[in-house]
Ligand binder design. Structure first.
Ligand SMILES: Cc1cc2nc3c(=O)[nH]c(=O)nc-3n(C[C@H](O)[C@H](O)[C@H](O)COP(=O)(O)OP(=O)(O)OC[C@H]3O[C@@H](n4cnc5c(N)ncnc54)[C@H](O)[C@@H]3O)c2cc1C
Length: 386
């Protein structure tokens, strides 16, 4: 649902200008330094990019799912690091609070997340609990401090996006050691300065340079019951699923921007590169690869926007969100692979072919996180067979 088409158009124009004039020219520097320059992060804060999905009463833009999808498509045309920098605040790092937080939790955290003063992250995955997130071992055991109920949290989280720079961690831990199902899990809001919380060195990733990801260590971290999202233990996994349900649509949109950029790069290249005395775009086998990219991008875009609109209309889009995530991430991988093929050696060598090699590596992750393709296929099958 588009709330105000004039405002929406202005916003998309603003993002396109940011991508074209600020983000893309800085990509090589981001890859070299493995971080986004501070002045660019500041520009993103000032333009409101951290608050897209946060309700207006808490300082955000209050975008609908469809508006967020359109914005994500535009911002993700730049290297993934740019959208990942703000992306936990417009996605998994804030959504748990938006979905299930108490009024106090919303008032405390959402304005800071919306302004980008605070970077949030979501810490669910563990070394032994990836696809099977309900197998998580992090524990939160009751401990009384005076008359106040406290929780002592211990555990290790792995692969947590933005953990090295986050000030707020949404940490999932088991509050009921007897209940090994999802009902024993709670989500805690833990500020970085809490004693016992620390982060590991950045994982050395295949791609997405400039988007820091690391482990999170919790050693006797003390938290009050007021820090449980929603204030009630045992609801953490339901919160995670609501958060990820929306995030799947976000992520699908974030797969479309890179695919569009890759196709644009390929379309320009086939007009410049000549072999056998002709532009390579004149060869029908090359044209087929271009057309296949366009068909799949168009299909993914339609699917994602239709699902986003259905969610905005209050429909249950659980199955559709899985379909979006699965199709768009696989689509993006196929587009990236074809575009490397179209560029030939220049697609493989960054010094010759520019961003193609970087984008190819960046997009590989999409098929892994927030549910692997296999997990989404299983989920889709389970739901349609019901
Ligand atoms: C760079 C990066 C950033 C991430 N960011 C975050 C974050 O911010 N927060 C967070 O909590 N997590 C994050 N993750 C974790 C991510 O969501 C997990 O990596 C993902 O869920 C897969 O878990 P796994 O890596 O343990 O793989 P595994 O679960 O070990 O899966 C390995 C393989 O087995 C397959 N498989 C597993 N179970 C089944 C099954 N039942 N049937 C068929 N096949 C199966 C998988 O599809 C996969 O192919 C991130 C990961 C990475 C790499």
């Amino acid at each position: 649902m588009i709330q105000d088409s004039t405002l929406n158009t202005q916003r998309l124009d603003d993002i396109r200008q940011f991508v074209r004039e600020i983000a893309i020219p800085a990509e090589a520097q981001v890859v070299r330094d493995n971080e986004i320059p501070a002045h660019i992060v500041q520009i993103m804060r000032e333009r409101g990019y951290f608050g897209w999905s946060i309700p207006r009463e808490y300082g955000g833009a209050g975008m609908t799912t469809e508006e967020l999808a359109l914005a994500n498509i535009e911002l993700s045309k730049a290297a993934t690091a740019f959208r990942a920098r703000a992306g936990t605040n417009t996605g998994i790092g804030a959504e748990s609070i938006i979905q299930d937080g108490t009024l106090e939790q919303k008032q405390e955290w959402l304005p800071k997340l919306a302004s980008g003063e605070v970077t949030g992250c979501l810490a669910l995955t563990e070394p032994e609990a990836g696809s099977d997130a309900t197998a998580l071992k992090a524990s939160a055991t009751p401990a009384m401090t005076g008359s106040a109920q406290q929780w002592r949290i211990n555990g290790t989280k792995r692969y947590i996006t933005n953990a090295p720079i986050a000030e707020l961690f949404t940490v999932f831990a088991r509050t009921d050691p007897e209940d090994l199902s999802h009902r024993g899990i709670s989500a805690f809001l833990i500020p970085r300065q809490t004693p016992g919380l620390s982060t590991g060195p950045e994982h050395r990733k295949m791609g997405q340079s400039g988007s820091p990801v690391s482990e999170v260590y919790l050693e006797d971290v003390m938290a009050s019951s007021e820090q449980i999202v929603g204030g009630v233990p045992g609801k953490g996994f339901a919160t995670a699923m609501k958060t990820l349900n929306k995030q799947r649509i976000n992520l699908a949109a974030l797969c479309i921007g890179p695919a569009m950029r890759l196709l644009d790069e390929a379309l320009a290249h086939v007009k410049k590169r000549e072999q056998f005395g002709k532009q390579i775009g004149e060869f029908q086998l090359v044209q087929a690869m271009l057309a296949e990219c366009q068909v799949e991008i168009s299909a993914a875009r339609s699917l994602v926007l239709e699902t986003a609109r259905a969610r905005d209309n209050g429909e249950d889009v659980t199955t559709q969100a899985s379909i979006c995530k699965y199709y768009a991430s696989e689509m993006c991988g196929r587009v990236a692979d074809r575009v490397v093929q179209i560029f030939g050696g220049a697609g493989y060598c960054a010094d010759i072919g520019g961003p193609i090699e970087m984008l190819y590596r960046d997009v590989r992750l999409f098929r892994l996180y927030e549910g692997t393709s296999q997990i989404h296929l299983l989920n889709i099958a389970k739901r349609i067979m019901k």
